[in-house]
Design a protein around this ligand. Structure first.
Ligand SMILES: [Zn+2]
Length: 118
């Protein structure tokens, strides 16, 4: 039997940690290392997870609108794997679009990463 299943998420999977209901993504700007000047950066919708022994780093990757230079925004830094909710960790590893979008609407997260917000 083959196990080719479409990339479906189970219905009713709610991420209660992200109930902020704000309109659309927030525009963020940053000095781009590729362009050498301030540019708008776009949420790539991709996470990067780096597990190292008992320490995990998770980033959300943004890209320069002009040159695609990447910018990793820290979500978790040197965190014990057990401290990250399993559902969330799974979302990071599968590049869950909704979770990525939720971070893109999270002003505190963006500010913590020194994003310039319009
Ligand atoms: Zn650039």
């Amino acid at each position: 039997m083959s196990e080719t299943r479409p990339d479906e998420r189970p219905s009713g999977a709610e991420n209660s940690a992200f109930c902020q209901q704000e309109a659309g993504p927030i525009r963020v700007y940053r000095r781009c290392g590729g362009c050498g000047k301030k540019q708008e950066f776009l949420n790539s919708g991709k996470f990067r997870v780096n597990a190292n022994g008992n320490s995990v780093d998770v980033w959300l990757i943004y890209r320069c609108k002009k040159c695609k230079h990447s910018w990793n925004l820290t979500i978790y830094e040197r965190t014990k794997p057990g401290k990250i909710p399993a559902e969330l960790f799974e979302a990071f590893q599968t590049n869950d679009a909704e979770i990525a979008a939720a971070y893109g609407r999270n002003i505190d997260f963006l500010k913590k990463n020194n994003a310039e917000i319009e």
